[in-house]
Design a binder for this molecule. Structure first.
Ligand SMILES: Cc1cc2nc3c(=O)[nH]c(=O)nc-3n(C[C@H](O)[C@H](O)[C@H](O)COP(=O)(O)OP(=O)(O)OC[C@H]3O[C@@H](n4cnc5c(N)ncnc54)[C@H](O)[C@@H]3O)c2cc1C
Length: 391
């Protein structure tokens, strides 16, 4: 049975997070230093400093690595509050891909790798990137099409060659996780492996930072060439050939944390839209009192509450020790589409104002579009849910 009661310590942390976002982060939104991909690195570090002082940096990681060791249910509460400003997850260092990468490293990395790669990221000073997707017919919705290859050498080291793209956080990320189809010394395909390295390893080249429709990714989304990257055997993350299994370790919770953050962003847009609907008059009364707007408000609330319940249920299943594959597919599918609907309605309620930068709604509208594509597009989640049903 699911217990919907929020423990007092989590309720206190949720309220403290909400106050931090409201009082310290939202006032910085206007005129925040940005390049064309997102907040600048200097500004990011300023935000991180604020979250550290507030005791809210990396709350999802264990206390050993400077966090609060939140459960998934705890994350659902705190990440939604953080997402209420698009800068909140950047400040608390719980934005993608770092948040998922930290989780992956906590679960899979060995003690040496944790000290060398995880600790600098959890400090907030460093960022990381996760290289899976490829252009030109390689890994995408179907990761098994991966073309990047790692060839084991006679001394046990690996040489990695390939091309990745859409890699978030690339500019300035110091830690890299690379997925590659792996061949042993006999040339036998032994499956995909994750490799962990510093991003300045010879052969890792940022070929291009893509122009994209979102504006909140520190370091942008890049095309990365892997030109004979030579890594020692100690660079293997976990076991050789277990890369796709570890991708699930990362993606199960990472899909859900996207849902949590975007629910917060959708709620912010909704609050702005309701405020407008209450005060803006047309045809003799506030627009919110016209049924056409009132129904949109009701649909927003229903979409958000349904999303919240799905997230909480999936978080509870993850906390029970399951990988929650079906639940996380359903949550990612439903919440990405429901929060997109909410934000779209908010633009409509705001009229012309909705497409201006007088409110954050425009930015959220543009940024949330990609949520239906990354970490499994909606179609692939539908396919996975249907396949299980037909089994
Ligand atoms: C903002 C953003 C950030 C990202 N960051 C990263 C990152 O940091 N690291 C990384 O490795 N990747 C990243 N990605 C890549 C992302 O994970 C991929 O875009 C996603 O997996 C889809 O792959 P694709 O783009 O190659 O689409 P494709 O595989 O080319 O799919 C094209 C379309 O076909 C549909 N389709 C595929 N299979 C089916 C099917 N069976 N039935 C019906 N329709 C289907 C898809 O749903 C999609 O609509 C990012 C993407 C975005 C947009």
């Amino acid at each position: 049975m699911i217990d919907f009661e929020i423990p007092a310590d989590l309720a206190e942390l949720r309220d403290r997070t909400a106050a931090f976002i409201r009082e310290q982060i939202i006032p910085l939104e206007n005129g925040a230093p940005r390049d064309h991909h997102g907040p600048t690195e200097e500004f990011r570090l300023h935000l991180v400093g604020l979250a550290r002082d507030a005791g809210l940096l990396v709350p999802h990681v264990s206390k050993e690595f400077g966090g609060l060791g939140l459960s998934h249910v705890g994350k659902a509460l705190i990440f939604e509050e953080s997402g209420y400003s698009m800068l909140g997850p950047v400040a608390m260092h719980i934005a993608a891909p770092d948040e998922g990468n930290m989780h992956l490293l906590e679960v899979v990395a060995n003690a040496d790798q944790k000290e060398r790669f995880l600790r600098p990221v959890t400090s907030g000073q460093h960022r990381s990137m996760f290289m899976m997707t490829e252009p030109d017919g390689g890994a995408g919705s179907d990761p098994s099409m991966m073309k990047t290859r790692a060839d084991e050498q006679a001394d046990g080291s690996y040489r990695i060659n390939g091309l990745k793209w859409l890699i978030t956080s690339a500019l300035g990320a110091t830690v890299s996780i690379i997925m590659a189809r792996t061949f042993d010394r006999n040339g036998t395909d032994v499956g995909a492996t994750m490799f962990l390295t510093e991003s300045d390893a010879p052969g890792i080249e940022i070929a291009e930072v893509l122009g994209t429709m979102d504006h909140n990714a520190v370091g942008g989304h890049a095309v990365i060439k892997l030109n004979d990257v030579h890594l020692p055997a100690e660079s293997v993350l976990g076991e050789v050939g277990a890369g796709f299994r570890y991708a699930q370790v990362r993606l199960g919770p990472a899909r859900l944390t996207h849902c949590m953050r975007w629910l917060g962003a959708a709620r912010r847009c909704h609050d702005i839209a309701v405020d407008y609907a209450r005060t803006r008059h047309a045809f003799g009364k506030p627009i919110g009192e016209h049924e056409g707007i009132g129904f949109q408000i009701a649909d927003n609330l229903t979409d958000m509450q349904t999303s919240r319940l799905l997230i909480q249920h999936c978080a509870w299943v993850l906390d029970s020790g399951s990988q929650a594959r079906e639940e996380s597919s359903m949550a990612k599918l439903y919440v990405s589409e429901a929060t997109s609907r909410v934000v779209d309605r908010c633009v409509q309620i705001l009229g012309g104002r909705g497409i201006t930068d007088r409110t954050v709604v425009r930015q959220v509208y543009e940024d949330i579009r990609a949520f239906r594509i990354y970490d499994g597009p909606s179609e692939v989640h539908r396919m996975a849910i249907a396949r299980r049903a037909l089994r």
